[in-house]
Ligand binder design. Structure first.
Ligand SMILES: Cc1ncc(COP(=O)(O)O)c(C=O)c1O
Ligand SMILES: N[C@H](C=O)CCC(=O)O
Length: 424
């Protein structure tokens, strides 16, 4: 395939930007294509190639790229100013929308990214409980801050640095790691650290080590054991929020955490994050309480505007259609991998799906890591050559949007067939 201009831009970019990119997941060998524009479910690169996009900027673009209502609302907002350092009515509108949808949300603090949201939620939990330790799952990714970059998923795992150097062991010695979907491991950790654990943070569906679903009853178990032990339960819904259902994974699974973190979809393609939760906990945050949280761009009017326009469009049809599309593609992957006799496991839920080149059921990070990552990258390139872009890692997740219609799905299924023809 023709990627000459991308290659030249990558060579140029490397002189000024670390490995030519601004987030590690965007780099893949030998070099990534450079994007010129995006519309609906398509990405267009500088070399004139058009791709059906299942990366969707790692999740936010569920309405497709350049959604007209969002663009129009944002244009209007741009004329009115882009940052005030003062409160606005739109923040109330979006907060109310979030509270109406997300079961645990009684109050909201808007921030600028998922990373900031989880960092602040953990600080809040520590401040409220007066305890230091936190529980995190192996392979979970909660952003790029120091408390959680241990046995981390996403780009950290893809690039072979799940434990980042530069983080003092004093910082992470209070981060206790446990395997996902394992009740006994949690019971043991809580017993061994009685009255010392501030919070347990979990991605209800693990979307940064592929797509790992919780076993039936597992999230309910986490709710019960944390409640019994005075541990704050944080659902990191940066991926699952507004995706699994209007109220996210907590609505889908009927398990209500104390706090949740949101991002991605909430900003409609603009930077955002949010911490939401029970009033009595949230009010411990500054300035009503002593636990400090702040940001020049918190509640930025442009992101807030895009968020309001996005949530308006997430109706029942949206959930039905995006789920149906992910299901169709997952079934296609199951059928094709079986027909070509390639060991694989495929998982899907709502608008998320992923194939693992692995013959075992993928229940946790250790099993996910045993997947054939070389074969995954062959599959990735074969798809790309056939006009389909999925995230370039076994340890990311694919997403569907409302713009992936039947015709697009048909084209994707043909590309999958072609990709498997040349996969050993
Ligand atoms: C579950 C989860 N939490 C937190 C983050 C961090 O969000 P951000 O990249 O917006 O900082 C991400 C993604 O990056 C995520 O997938
Ligand atoms: N997997 C990450 C988020 O979900 C990818 C985003 C990034 O790190 O750039």
């Amino acid at each position: 395939m023709k990627l000459e201009k991308s290659k030249a831009l990558f060579e140029e970019a490397q002189k000024y930007l670390v490995k030519g990119v601004n987030s590690p997941v965007r780099y893949f060998k030998p070099y990534p294509f450079f994007v010129q524009k995006a519309k609906d479910c398509y990405l267009f690169d500088v070399d004139g190639n058009k791709y059906i996009d299942y990366c969707l900027a790692y999740g936010p673009m569920v309405l497709g790229h350049a959604n007209e209502a969002i663009i129009n609302a944002v244009k209007e907002q741009l004329e009115l100013g882009t940052a005030y350092g003062c409160p606005t009515e739109k923040e109330i509108i979006l907060a109310k929308e979030v509270i109406n949808r997300v079961p645990c949300a009684e109050m909201v603090r808007f921030v600028n990214s998922g990373t900031e949201a989880t960092m602040s939620a953990i600080r809040l939990a520590r401040g409220v409980t007066g305890r230091k330790k936190i529980i995190k799952f192996d392979g979970a990714y909660h952003g790029a801050h120091d408390y959680v970059l241990v046995k981390s998923g996403s780009g950290a795992l893809t690039h072979g640095t799940p434990n980042s150097p530069g983080i003092p062991e004093e910082t992470t010695k209070n981060t206790i790691l446990v395997p996902f979907n394992d009740e006994e491991a949690i019971e043991k950790v809580i017993k061994d650290n009685k009255d010392e654990i501030a919070c347990l943070i979990v991605e209800p569906v693990m979307g940064n080590v592929g797509c790992i679903l919780p076993k039936e009853g597992y999230l309910k178990f986490l709710r019960e054991i944390t409640e019994e032990n005075g541990i704050i339960l944080i659902f990191d819904e940066v991926i699952t929020g507004f995706r699994l259902a209007k109220g996210g994974a907590q609505e889908y699974y009927g398990v209500i955490p104390d706090l949740a973190t949101l991002g991605k979809i909430l900003g409609g393609g603009f930077p955002i994050g949010a911490i939401v939760g029970k009033k009595e906990i949230m009010e411990q945050m500054s300035p009503s309480g002593p636990i400090y949280q702040a940001g020049t761009f918190n509640g930025n009017p442009v992101s807030i505007t895009a968020g309001i326009e996005t949530l308006k469009q997430l109706d029942d049809k949206f959930y039905k259609e995006t789920t149906k599309t992910a299901e169709k593609l997952a079934n296609c992957l199951r059928e094709v991998s079986e027909r070509y006799n390639i060991p694989a496991k495929v998982y899907n839920i709502a608008s998320m799906f992923q194939i693992y080149f692995n013959d075992k059921e993928v229940l946790n990070y250790e099993i996910a890591k045993q997947s054939d990552t070389e074969r995954f990258m062959k599959y990735f390139w074969n798809l790309l050559e056939n006009g389909v872009f999925v995230p370039p890692s076994q340890f990311e997740c694919c997403f569907t949007s409302i713009k992936h219609n039947d015709e697009v799905v048909e084209k994707t299924m043909n590309a999958i067939e072609e990709a498997f023809k040349n996969l050993e």
